[in-house]
Design a protein around this ligand. Sequence first.
Ligand code: ATP
Ligand code: MG
Length: 601
Amino acid sequence: MRLSNMLFVTLREDPAEAEIPSHKLLVRAGYIRRIGSGIYAYLPLMWRVLQKVSQIVREEMNATGAQECLLPQLQPADLWRESERWDTYTKAEGIMFALKDRQDRELGLGPTHEEVITTIARDMIRSYRQLPINLYQIQTKFRDEIRPRFGLMRGREFIMKDAYSFDVDPEGLEQSYQKMNQAYHNMFRRSGLAFRAVEADSGAIGGSRSQEFMILADAGEDEVLYTEDGKYSANTEKAVSLPPDAEPSPFTTYEKRETPNTPTIETVCQFLKCSPTNVLKNVLYQVVYDNGMTVLVLVSIRGDQDVNEVKLFNEITAAAEQYNAKTVIALTVPDANSQQKWASKPLPLGYIAPDISDDYISPSKEVAPQILRLVDKTAVELKNFLTGANESGYHVVGANWGEQFQLPRVVDVRKAKAGDRAIHDPSQTLQSARGIEAGHIFQLGTKYSQSMGATYTSESGEELPFYMGCYGVGVSRVAQAAVEQSYDKDGIIWPVAIAPYHAIISVPNVGDADQMAAAQKLYTQLNEAGIETLFDDRNERAGVKFKDADLIGIPYRIVTGRSLKEGKVEVVERATKKSQDIAIDEVMPTLKQWIDTALKA
Ligand code: ATP
Ligand code: MG
């Protein structure tokens, strides 16, 4: 491609809308253009990158025997009502764009395709003989993200590869899942990315296994906890660990103490000279379920530990049924304003005990009359602990479960932290890294097949639900994440495997016939050899061309400059800026070898 013919516009200034380096660079280098909130145009250079990522994904999927298809983006509401997700997706969570056609029929724009694929399987897969099957597609997804940001990282329209597997039983599903696990490792490795596969939260669907693939980068929204021995890595949302040992309690007898102005763990520990590990902390949450019911949840946890709200979210989702609800709409720490909705009198905040009375709630049709009480595992072992006295300015000390307080339901809602000891080997401590979630593989089990009545006839003639898995890769997010992982002050540094072009020929002076002739010859030669090459034949100053070449991040730059009179050109490697003069006839074989080596890595 000749730059003089291309829609090629680079910007010197960072765009105001962009916060993270990869977003700034992709806009400045002319890869993407914002059309609306979370809506981007993929310009020609970007489209080539996306095609490369897609092709790697496609090859690795095909190698597992998965079959490519293309599913509709317009999805009838009825399908989503069968799986009971229409209301959650369009109202409660609200992530799905919903619309009505001119016959007043409701439709959604596909944020994901479990419903569509399950209908197909229900109709077309009749017998165990047809299984296993894995179908995938690569296409645009629509999600009305509440906070679209960071360019392609969190768009409202983005490209995803999604695959769905169907098996006869859990063992079959496990095999399909392992194949995907391998394929995902291959995809990210081949794309030239540093990544980590981590245990992930699967939401409230009990028993399901899931793993995320994190591209490591400081701007990542997710935190990963891992051990150096390589045996453990998990998203913090899911991570488990051993808490530090508690110190022995200095309190021996149960009594109430006046502790003025000590609403925090720190202040009360200072006042009563004890360790936060001697304290039982009680955190009040407010939950709103999809049926409008508000429930107050009191979580008791050891004073030096924090609540992991994702784990808590899963626990209260699991409790939804007892309130005739299905899903959780909001989980918050109630502020003064929201307390007005249900509090019958001011709460002794900062001094709450696990047995705080249900009388603080003025019950109504929308507010559950009883507090849902949970205790984290870390707090169960506490002896002679300190906790609130349900009265402002007072605590109790020397308290014990089964004596002064009844033990509530025990759960794991503790947040694991960097520095904690690992469960599999306490000599290992958890390390922290930031990551961008690029892929997610997930064992669904029979959730959708059961709700949508998708069954097959087994070998013994029984009608049984499919065991399903789903497997996503954010193709457009991966492309941007690659930039987030690899850039310098001058611009993007693409991994060779997904760079839009392998090489760029920069002609310092297009008025010089020798330079143009050499460039032209190389351009033809390289392209014929399958080395995808850009030709910067614009009538611009050499400095501008070099800056642009660095900015757009093409792995190898060829300059038809001073060494031309010795029959050589300068070849510069973008990543290292290393430059060498190479005889014109040697350029093609040399580049070919470099590129092949990079692609094999
Ligand atoms: P997130 O937690 O980041 O919102 P998710 O759990 O909703 O992601 P999945 O539903 O598992 O994501 O989708 C599969 C993949 O699609 C993700 O791993 C991610 O790479 C990508 N993805 C999800 N949402 C977006 C988005 N809004 N913009 C770009 N890519 C996305
Ligand atoms: Mg999401």
